[in-house]
Design a binder for this molecule. Sequence first.
Ligand SMILES: [Zn+2]
Length: 112
Amino acid sequence: MATVATAATASTAATAATHSYERARPSRERKPITGDAVELHQLMACASPEAIEHLSSNALGVNAVDGRAPRTHECEVCGLAKMKQQISRRSTHEHPATQLFERVCFDLIELY
Ligand SMILES: [Zn+2]
């Protein structure tokens, strides 16, 4: 019987060590988010300028936004993410093949 109680105590101690019993801090006590429109655009994963304008009035904890967020063509990340086609500017291969199977490409994958 004593071994069962010892095993239960050890299990409880292990559980207490893995879980934190501190009270979660409510989100309304957070420090408000401040910054200009460019910083908020990057923070909000490239949100549109219209969304950044409405952020302070429609989201809790965001102060008034200064400036204007960049449009798609003004932000490099937005431009690359919304690109539908990437046109290669290379004219030819570096070492073009002159006959069939002269040039073969394959991926090397190490298997365990
Ligand atoms: Zn962007």
